[in-house]
Ligand binder design. Structure first.
Ligand SMILES: Cc1cc2nc3c(=O)[nH]c(=O)nc-3n(C[C@H](O)[C@H](O)[C@H](O)COP(=O)(O)O)c2cc1C
Length: 734
C-alpha cells in the first residue's frame, strides 16, 4: 500500500506541475548555454590571484579622466565604468595589468532574454513568478517522493546504488537517471524556491550598515600611490565590485564589495575605515543564484543542462509508465466477461502491467479451447459461484509485498465464503535479484492451500524476469494436470521491422539421436556480434522471430538447435544445405557476454544451452579460469560439441568439464547434482568475485538456482540475490 501512496503522490505532483515544469525545463536547457557562451568570450583576465587592487587602480588612474566603478565577474572578466580623456563615459572590459580596453560588454542575446523571461515569470510578471516558485517547490517534492520510491524499489537506502532491475527501458532509465540527477535536481529546485522567496520579500532583509569613522584630514596623493595601503594586499580575485570615491573630499572613500565582506577604504591613507562581513542570508542568496544559473562555472552549467534534459525525460518516461499501467486496467474493464458465467477465472496481481500480457495469452488459449474465462485483478476477487478453476498470476513488490492491484485480495478472500469446490494454481512473477523472491505469490498459495474447498492443481510455480518460456512450461504442466490440450502463443517478438542481414550456411551437422544439430553461418557483410548475443530468424514469411543463442567462432556464428517435430523454424533450419543463404538479424544481449575482468567463470548449461559457451571457451582470452558444467542424455549427446571442448582444453582456456547424464547407467544425474557436488568450487568462486553463467532450459535453471541459493546461504551466509544484483550470476534460459 505504502509504495502506491508514494507513487501516487509522485505522479500527482508531476501531473499538476507538468506544463510549467516542462516550460521551466526547456527554457532551463536554453539558459544553461548562457554561462557557457559568456565564459568562452575572450575577456578573461589571467593571474587574478597575483594582481593587487592597487596595481589596477594605479593603471586606471593614469589612463582615464575618472573611474566610477570596477567589477570582476565570476568568469574573471574585469569591467570598468570610466570617463575617458575625451570626456565620454563608457563601460568596458579591461586588462587589469594595463587598464587597456579589450572589449565591451554585449547586450544579452535575444534568445536568452526570451528564455529568461519565460523561465522566471512566464511573461506574467508577479503571478508568473509565483507559479514558477510553486513549480520549483513541487519539483522539490517530486524529487523527495522520488527518493522514497527509488529507496523502496532498491530495498532500502543502503542499497541505493545496487543494480537496477530492468523491467522496461523507460522505467529502467527513469530509475537509473533519477539516481544520478537527484542531487542536481534538488539543488535546482531548492535554489529556485529560495530565489522566489527572496523575490517576494519573504526572507529576512540582508542589510549591510557601516559605521563610518571620519578620518583626520590628510591631503596628499591618493591611497593608490602613497604608503602601505590595504589595497596593495587585496587581490583582484577577491573583488566583486569597487565603487570609487565620489569626490576628492576626504570623507569619500573606496567601497569594496569582496567575496566574503564589504570594506570602506580611506582614499588617501589606504586604511580600512569600516569592515562588515556579509550576513549569512546574503551569502546564501549569492550561492543560490550561482547554483541556479551556473554562472561562473562551465562544468556546473553542463550539469544543469544535463539535469534539465533529464527532467524532460523523467516527465515523458513517467507518463509513458502511467499510461502503460492504466492501459491494462482500462482494457480489462471494457473486455470483462461476466464472472458469474465463467468456468475459469484468471486473477492478476501486477504493478506495471506486464503480468497482464501473460494472463491474456492464457485467456486466449483457453478461449480457443471453447472455455469461458474471466480475467481481472486480484483486488476484484469476489464470490465466483460457477468457477471451477482459479488461476492466480501475481508479481511481488517492495519487501515481498503485494502489487497495488492485489492489496485487498487477502482481506477479500478471507471475508468470502466459497460454496463450490475449485482447483487453483498460483504463478509467482518475480525477480531472483530480490531477496523475497515471489514472496507475495508464496503467501497467496499458502492462503488458498488452506481452504478446504480449494484443491491445488499444481504446486506454486515461480517465474523469474517475466520469462515467457517459463510461463509456457507452467502452462504445459497445468494443462496436463487438468487434461487440456492448451497451446500458448508467444505474443512477444512479433514480425519485426529490424533490418536483416544475409547469412550463408557454412556447415550443418546431421541431426543426432537427441534431435540436435549444429549450424554454422557466416554473415555476408561486416557484422559485429559476440557469443551470448541472439540471432533472430523468421523463416518463410512466418510472423514471429525465433531466437537462438549464438557462439562466435572465427567470425562465424555457431548455433546448436533442437529439432522439434512441430517446430516450423527448427525443421526449416535442419533442412538447410551448405552454401544456402538465410536472412536474420542479431539482437545484442550484452548482459550475457563473457565477463572481461573476472578471475573465474563457471558456465552451467544443459542441452543446446551449451551453444554460447562453445564460443566463449574459444574466444582467445585464456586469462580467465573457466569451468564448464553440462547436462545431457548420455555420452553420445556430447559428441557434436566435443571438437569445441577439446580445442578449448588444448588451448588451456577450459580448466574443468563436469558432465551429467540423465539416461546413462542406472542412476540419473542432472546438472544441479553436479553443482551440488561441486559446492566448494562454486562457493569459493563466488566469494572471490567469480561469475556464474547459466544457459539452457528453464526447468534446469530453476533447479540450479535452488542449489545455488542453498550454497550461498549455507556457505557464504548471504542470499543469492546479492550476487544476482551485482551481476555475478547471469542467466539466459528458455
Ligand atoms: C520496486 C520493485 C520491487 C520488487 N520487489 C520484488 C520482490 O520483493 N520479490 C520479487 O520476487 N520480485 C520483486 N520485484 C520484481 C517484480 O515482481 C517483477 O519484475 C514482476 O515481473 C513485475 O510484474 P508486473 O510488471 O506485472 O508488475 C520487484 C520489482 C520492483 C520494480
Amino acid at each position: 500500500m505504502v509504495i502506491s501512496i508514494w507513487r501516487y503522490s509522485h505522479l500527482v505532483l508531476a501531473i499538476s506541475s507538468s506544463i510549467f515544469l516542462g516550460i521551466a525545463s526547456i527554457t532551463g536547457i536554453i539558459l544553461a548555454f548562457e554561462p557557457i557562451y559568456h565564459a568562452i568570450q575572450p575577456y578573461k583576465a589571467e593571474d587574478m590571484e597575483r594582481i593587487s587592487v592597487a596595481e589596477t587602480l594605479e593603471m586606471l588612474d593614469g589612463k582615464y579622466l575618472e573611474v566610477l566603478e570596477l567589477k570582476v565577474d565570476s568568469d574573471n572578466f574585469v569591467q570598468a565604468s570610466v570617463i575617458g580623456q575625451d570626456g565620454e563615459s563608457s563601460t568596458i572590459y579591461i586588462n587589469p595589468l594595463t587598464a587597456e580596453k579589450i572589449g565591451e560588454p554585449q547586450e544579452k542575446k535575444a534568445i536568452f532574454r526570451f528564455a529568461t523571461n519565460l523561465h522566471r515569470s512566464l511573461f506574467l510578471k508577479s503571478p508568473g513568478r509565483f507559479f514558477v516558485g510553486l513549480v520549483s517547490f513541487l519539483l522539490l517534492l517530486i524529487a523527495i517522493t522520488g527518493i522514497i520510491l527509488v529507496a523502496r524499489r532498491q530495498g532500502g537506502l543502503k542499497r541505493w546504488f545496487t543494480r537496477v532491475n530492468k523491467d522496461t527501458s523507460g522505467q529502467y532509465y527513469h530509475v537509473v537517471l533519477g539516481r544520478i540527477f537527484l542531487v542536481p535536481v534538488i539543488i535546482i529546485a531548492g535554489t529556485g524556491v529560495y530565489l522566489s522567496l527572496e523575490k517576494f520579500g519573504l526572507l529576512p532583509e540582508a542589510e549591510i550598515s557601516h559605521q563610518t569613522v571620519l578620518a583626520p584630514t590628510t591631503k596628499g596623493n591618493s591611497a593608490v600611490a602613497s604608503g602601505p595601503s590595504v589595497l596593495k594586499q587585496i587581490r583582484l580575485k577577491e573583488v566583486r565590485t569597487i565603487l570609487f570615491p565620489f569626490s576628492d573630499n576626504e570623507e569619500d572613500y573606496y567601497q569594496l564589495e569582496l567575496k566574503d565582506r564589504e570594506i570602506l577604504v580611506h582614499q588617501y591613507k589606504g586604511t580600512v575605515i569600516s569592515e562588515v562581513e556579509y550576513p549569512l542570508i546574503m551569502l546564501a542568496s549569492r550561492l543560490s543564484l550561482a547554483w541556479h544559473t551556473g554562472r561562473g562555472s562551465v562544468l556546473w552549467s553542463a550539469v544543469l543542462l544535463a539535469s534539465c534534459i533529464a527532467i524532460v525525460f523523467f516527465m515523458i518516461s513517467g507518463f509513458a509508465m502511467t499510461l502503460r499501467r492504466r492501459k491494462h486496467t482500462v482494457r480489462l474493464k471494457t473486455e470483462a466477461a461476466d464472472p458469474g458465467k465463467c468456468e475459469y477465472v484468471v486473477l492478476v496481481g501486477s504493478e506495471t502491467g506486464s503480468t497482464f500480457n501473460m494472463a491474456k495469452v492464457l485467456q486466449k488459449a483457453l478461449i480457443a479451447l471453447g472455455k469461458s474465462v474471466y480475467l481481472s485483478e486480484l483486488n476484484d476477487y469476489e464470490n465466483f459461484d460457477r468457477v471451477k478453476h482459479l488461476i492466480v498470476l501475481t508479481a511481488t513488490y517492495g519487501h515481498g509485498d503485494a502489487p497495488s492491484n492485489a492489496q485487498k485480495f487477502v482481506e477479500k478472500f478471507q471475508a468470502t465464503t466459497i460454496a463450490n469446490p475449485m482447483s487453483f494454481s498460483v504463478v509467482g512473477l518475480g525477480s531472483l535479484a530480490y531477496p523475497n523472491y515471489c514472496q507475495f505469490a508464496i503467501e497467496v498459495d499458502q492462503l488458498l492451500g488452506k481452504h478446504p474447498k480449494l484443491k491445488q492443481a499444481l504446486p506454486l510455480y515461480k517465474i523469474n524476469n517475466q520469462s515467457f518460456e517459463a510461463f509456457k512450461d507452467w502452462s504445459d504442466k497445468w494443462a496436463k494436470a487438468l487434461g487440456l490440450q492448451l497451446r500458448l502463443k508467444n505474443p512477444g517478438s512479433p514480425a519485426s521491422t529490424k533490418k536483416t542481414t544475409e547469412f550463408v550456411v557454412v556447415e550443418r551437422t546431421e541431426v543426432n539421436p537427441d534431435d540436435t544439430f549444429l549450424l554454422k553461418l557466416k554473415p555476408t557483410s561486416n557484422l559485429s556480434f559476440s557469443s551470448g548475443d541472439l540471432i533472430a530468424i523468421k523463416p518463410g514469411g512466418n510472423e514471429v522471430d525465433r531466437f537462438y543463442s549464438i557462439a562466435k567462432t572465427d567470425d562465424e556464428i555457431l548455433l546448436s538447435i533442437k529439432k522439434h517435430s512441430n517446430g516450423y523454424c527448427s525443421r526449416y533450419l535442419s533442412g538447410l544445405e551448405q552454401g544456402q543463404e538465410i536472412s536474420a538479424w542479431i539482437k545484442p544481449n550484452t548482459e550475457f557476454h563473457f565477463p572481461s575482468k573476472t578471475p573465474e567463470v563457471i558456465l552451467i548449461s544443459n542441452g543446446t544451452g551449451i551453444a554460447p559457451f562453445l564460443g566463449m571457451i574459444n574466444n582467445g582470452l585464456g586469462a580467465t579460469k573457466t569451468h564448464l558444467f553440462w547436462g545431457g542424455r548420455n555420452e553420445t549427446s556430447l559428441e557434436i560439441y566435443k571438437d569445441y571442448i577439446h580445442s578449448a582444453r588444448h588451448r588451456g582456456q577450459l580448466s574443468f568439464v563436469f558432465e551429467a547424464y540423465s539416461q546413462s547407467g542406472l542412476e540419473k544425474h542432472y546438472v544441479q547434482d553436479l553443482v551440488c557436488r561441486e559446492a566448494d568450487l562454486i562457493a569459493k568462486s563466488l566469494e572471490n568475485g567469480g561469475v556464474i553463467m547459466i544457459c539452457g532450459s528453464v526447468a534446469m535453471q530453476k533447479e540450479v538456482v535452488r542449489v545455488l541459493e542453498t550454497i550461498s546461504k549455507k556457505r557464504l551466509n548471504v542470499p543469492l540475490s546479492q550476487f544476482l544484483n551485482r551481476g555475478k550470476i547471469k542467466m539466459d534460459c528458455y
